[in-house]
Design a protein around this ligand. Structure first.
Ligand code: ASP
Length: 344
């Protein structure tokens, strides 16, 4: 799946080129677009075009990268990450799984827009079938700004992807010196250079120059330890997220339920919503996950307002939607889906 650099939204798709990796310890860099590949007016941090630079341009901005590990690059697509789709995720998983079979490949870096970086990271975390490190990174400042953060983030991501310490840790994200687990990484600022973090879960390690310091191991199951096999899946089930706020229209719930295989409610507080929402949700027959619009904290099964719903644990709505979509490839049984929400 490649797309010509341009406005980043072209629909032209081609077959993924084969990649011969012959040097031991190679880190494969798959570029997908985002601000890290953004180009704009010199010095400015807004009003730029994401997904404009090629992966070769990105590598050209990081002299010395080949001293960390041999790197090979693949332009996977070149998009603003808000245009990433489920089909792209499926193809990305399959591409990484295929390349991971090559014994010369040590790990992967996926460059990505920060808006949905956490979603791609969690999807890969649940569907990849490799213990090799897979590290997502991006940037908040375009390449043409005064002090772009992309080159350093890319350098650090390659250091982590090449590190034996990162093997078997699931998908990771590297941003502004920190290493995050895919399940907890999230975007927390619309503009700040440290916009990627993990809320109360925190980072699991740091990078200083070339050195990787990993301090925690993600406890939830991932990669080789999940039942999600997307090797032949053409399309993911449809799941819509409905955001609750005062006077939110319950008609949206009915409409969404008719057009989706499952729903996620981003409720207030500990996953709560109005009586009007409750009346509709309690009648729905498709799987409904109760999450919260608040970043930190957990929704427990014994606290959900409607007994037919599934507690999201501490997953934010956008990640709960990913787990629900994958769960629905295997089952529609709420009890089985509940079990998945406590495991993954
Ligand atoms: N809109 C951009 C994207 O997600 C933002 C970024 O990369 O920081 O592609």
């Amino acid at each position: 799946m490649t797309q010509a650099p341009g406005d980043g939204r072209e629909e032209e798709e081609t077959q993924m080129p084969e990649m011969n990796v012959e040097r031991a310890g190679t880190v494969v860099i798959l570029a997908t677009g985002g601000t890290i590949a953004g180009v704009g007016e010199a010095g400015r941090t807004i009003g730029y075009r994401p997904g404009a630079l090629t992966v070769e341009d990105l590598l050209g901005a990081v002299p010395g990268l080949q001293e960390v590990a041999p790197v090979q690059a693949l332009q996977f697509c070149n998009l603003n990450s808000d245009d990433i789709t489920g089909e792209i995720w499926l193809e990305l998983t399959r591409t990484i799984n295929r390349l991971a079979e090559n014994p010369h490949v040590a790990g992967f870096v996926v460059t990505h827009g920060t808006d949905t970086l956490e979603e791609t990271a969690y999807f890969l975390n649940l569907t990849l079938k490799t213990a090799k490190p897979v590290v997502l990174t991006g940037s908040m400042r375009p390449s043409t700004s005064f002090s772009p953060d992309g080159p350093m983030n890319l350098y650090q991501a390659v250091c982590v992807a090449a590190s034996p310490q990162a093997v078997g840790k699931g998908v990771l994200a590297v941003f502004s010196d920190h290493i995050y687990a895919a399940r907890s990484v999230t975007k927390t600022s619309t503009y700040h250079v440290m916009a990627i973090s993990a809320g109360e879960m925190g980072s699991i390690g740091i990078v200083r120059d070339r050195e990787v310091y990993l301090y925690e191991t993600p406890a939830k199951r991932h990669t080789l330890d999940t039942p999600f096999d997307v090797s032949t899946l053409e399309r993911l089930p449809r799941v819509s997220v409905i955001y609750f706020a005062v006077d939110a229209d319950p008609a949206l719930l009915r409409w969404a339920a008719e057009h989706a295989d499952g729903l996620v409610i981003a409720g207030a507080g500990a996953g709560e919503y109005s009586q009007a929402f409750k009346e509709v949700i309690s009648t729905l027959t498709i799987p409904v996950v109760a999450s919260s619009r608040i970043d930190d904290g957990v929704i427990t099964q014994d606290s959900v307002l409607c007994a037919n719903t599934i507690a999201a644990d501490n997953l934010p709505a956008q990640k709960a939607a990913i787990l629900l979509r994958l769960a629905l490839t295997l089952t529609t049984d709420p009890a089985a889906i509940r079990a998945m929400f406590s495991l993954y």
